[in-house]
Design a protein around this ligand. Sequence first.
Ligand SMILES: [Mn+2]
Length: 340
Amino acid sequence: MLITLLITLNENLNLPVLLHSHNSVNPGGLDEASVEMDEPRLTESLDSAIEILRHERKSGRIAGGSIKESFVELGVPSKLVIIGDIHGDITTLRYILNQINADVMLRNSRNKLIFLGDYVDRGPDSLAVLYAICSLKTRFPESVILMRGNHEAPIEFPFPSHNLPAEIIDHFGYQRGKLVYNEKILPFFHLLTLATLIEGSLLLVHGGVPTGSYDDTFREHLSTAGRTYTNNTIMEEILWNDPRQGIRNRDGWEYSRRGIGKHFGIEISRKWLRISKTRVIVRGHEPCQGFRIDHDGSVITLFSCQEPYPNFQAAYMSVNEQELKSVEDAVDLSSQIYKL
Ligand SMILES: [Mn+2]
């Protein structure tokens, strides 16, 4: 193991591009997380998470709930922690896991830890973050839910700032890196779920709710969204949409300034809360000062990384069963949000 690590390090240190990228974000050079991350360890953790996620989808169940393709539905957990965008910030992720005492909390399958996606890109340690979330899912499969962000989108959705492939090639070389990306990481991304419903209280997505009219067919649409990206936009909207104020046209949405996805207005948020019988839409996707409330308390944005966004704050949500059962709107949740 030690020999492998030294070789990996020496190879990497000969690559000027790696030195440059690390120097630019992390003046201390290679930090502990990067040194720990060798290829066998990463692929092993990806393999194990992939196997668990496949089994989970096949069985259609997780403790206290059900899984239908990309849609997870849960009864109210005893304790629920929600973490927003991580973007390669392993330091903040470790800090949060310590704060919530994850090793103890996650042993109880009535407790849930849900990630809203965007694990990779922008920050310095996407590989360490991937390793960490795969290890968590492997150790606590019944307690951890890994949702999909737009940075884990299918490669058919082109978008800038996807620097994960370059980071992998820097670490493992071109041939091995390409193999790990195509044969482990992309299949892993494909198994991440797109929406989570907590009975009677919360609807979780990465970016936002889709703008079409679904009514009582919404479960079907959320379940199959992962396979429909070539001929409709539900997956694109879940991964890229943003809530906005003051949309005055009749449809209640407009095309996003991102060039992909849409801006959705308050009426669309209210409609989703009505049809899903929930109180608050919880999403990530936009940097903010830890959290932000939109649409008169219908939507809360949670952001959980610091390193790539020094002008913003990181936070996570930790809420118990009673609080979930009595939640009326996002303002009620704001006292359950812990800023770092
Ligand atoms: Mn995002």
